[in-house]
Design a protein around this ligand. Structure first.
Ligand SMILES: Cc1cc2nc3c(=O)[nH]c(=O)nc-3n(C[C@H](O)[C@H](O)[C@H](O)COP(=O)(O)OP(=O)(O)OC[C@H]3O[C@@H](n4cnc5c(N)ncnc54)[C@H](O)[C@@H]3O)c2cc1C
Length: 410
């Protein structure tokens, strides 16, 4: 059967679903087809490493819209259907099931896949990854039975899972090649604060430490062997070493990819009938000096909204302020802006009390603000960044500096 969508969206995750929702709320009346490789309703990812893993949320709680939404808003959801090719000359996509769907505008929202750990033993039973709902449910089951958990990678997801596993009473060892956690994306004061906090909770953090091999017994993971030659027992090994954008469909269709589908400021590929958004798209951001991929709910949703607005006739560059959050145990980290590459971080508040903000600068310019326990600072930082207001490290260092008051006056 040959279907047709005025807008066809490939990938029914956060960005794809948001595009469909925003099209309908903008009054777009033509056909919208949302195609997702995973079965079931589109769902959100953040609870997968937090409440769902802890058992305080259930799968039904993570659905982004109830089933009734798709009928009532005439969004045709093709769940459990993988797109295997984009035929640009025919303006249609081909599904694994053999069907084809014609499009007038195509939105690629294929997300990302987890980076694989390449070492002996990585195929053993009990070596897990966390991206999808199915993987989160498996991880939860395994955690319930485990005594010892090894986590490879001290990024956001690794640390969120570490906090949940500790709260479940497990022994938790985290192995990280760098000398600090979340080193790729947060400033040193924030990274050190979180390292102390996790250690206080009893998480064993191993920095400058890679995993050389996973040791098995009867086909099951039993331990990890580190690059230092230590052996640490583990019943479950979670590999959390980042993502790889899923840009394969675009690459095969002859669109430019470079660690993600390349799009312009309007989130368009060089083919004016194809946009790309979310974790799969590399775009020029006014907040970065080179094209970036931003792995966040904010970016996925705001880019979905932006494409829906363009298709509905409101065509403008995507310039949203990036923001992000991560819940690690009782601590919530909020980041406004992109703080990668900061040369200077001015800390206000009191890290000892678990309430502080690190204001991150490069070349005397505010790049972003990382806040723990100070949501008012986070909101103020988003305002300042949106207005491109100037703030110098010297101003931020003054004893009476108040970020919220400064943003109100800016
Ligand atoms: C465990 C976890 C916790 C997170 N926590 C946070 C957080 O606390 N805060 C935050 O801001 N961000 C968080 N994120 C990141 C955030 O969820 C992602 O940035 C966001 O979901 C990206 O949305 P997306 O639509 O681009 O990708 P996804 O939501 O991954 O959706 C992509 C979808 O496309 C489908 N797909 C791929 N290829 C095809 C194909 N060929 N045909 C059909 N369908 C296809 C995939 O199956 C997938 O369902 C977290 C991510 C994870 C995995």
């Amino acid at each position: 059967m040959l279907r047709h969508g005025a807008v066809v969206i490939v990938g029914a995750g956060q960005a794809g679903l948001q595009t469909a929702v925003s099209l309908r709320s903008a009054g777009f009346e033509r056909s919208v087809v949302l195609i997702g490789a995973e079965p079931g309703l589109p769902y959100e990812h953040p609870p997968l490493s937090k409440a769902l893993l802890a058992g305080t949320a259930q799968p039904k709680d993570v659905a982004l819209r109830p089933e009734s939404y798709f009928d009532s808003h005439e969004v045709e959801l093709l769940a459990g259907e993988r797109v295997v090719a984009v035929e640009r000359d025919m303006r249609r996509v081909l599904l694994e099931s053999g069907a084809a769907v014609r499009y007038e505008h195509l939105v690629l929202a294929t997300g990302a896949v987890n980076r694989r750990l390449e070492c002996p033993g990585c195929e053993l039973d009990g070596v897990l990854s966390l991206r999808t709902l199915a993987q989160a449910l498996e991880l939860r089951e395994r955690l319930l039975d485990a005594e010892r958990v090894a986590i490879v990678g001290a990024g956001f997801i690794g640390l969120e899972v570490a906090a949940v596993a500790r709260a479940m009473g497990k022994q938790v060892d985290v192995f990280e090649l760098a000398e600090l956690p979340m080193g790729r994306v947060v400033s040193e004061p924030t990274a050190r604060f979180f390292a102390r906090a996790h250690r206080r909770e009893g998480v064993h953090l191993h920095f400058n430490s890679g995993v050389r091999r996973i040791v098995g017994d009867g086909g099951r993971a039993r331990a990890v062997e580190t690059s230092d030659g230590d052996t640490v027992l583990a019943d479950v090994v979670l590999v959390a070493i980042g993502i790889v954008p899923d840009d394969e469909l675009a690459a095969v269709a002859g669109l430019p990819v470079a660690g993600g589908v390349r799009v312009d400021q309007r989130l368009l590929t060089p083919d004016p009938a194809i946009s790309a958004i979310g974790d799969c798209a590399r775009f020029p951001s006014p907040f970065a000096d080179r094209p970036v991929i931003l792995e966040s709910v904010q970016n996925a949703c705001d880019q979905g909204r932006a494409v829906a607005a363009r298709v509905s006739g409101d065509d403008r560059a995507y310039t949203a302020v990036p923001w992000f959050w991560s819940d690690q145990g009782q601590l919530r980290l909020q980041i406004a802006g992109l703080t990668v590459g900061a040369q200077d971080a001015v800390v206000i508040g009191d890290p000892e009390q678990g309430r502080f903000s690190a204001l991150c600068f490069a070349g005397g310019r505010l790049l972003g603000v990382e806040s723990v326990g100070r949501p008012g600072d986070h909101v103020a930082a988003r305002k300042l960044l949106a207005r491109r207001a100037s703030l110098s490290p010297e101003q931020a260092r003054r004893a009476d500096f108040d970020l919220k008051a400064y943003a109100r006056a800016a």
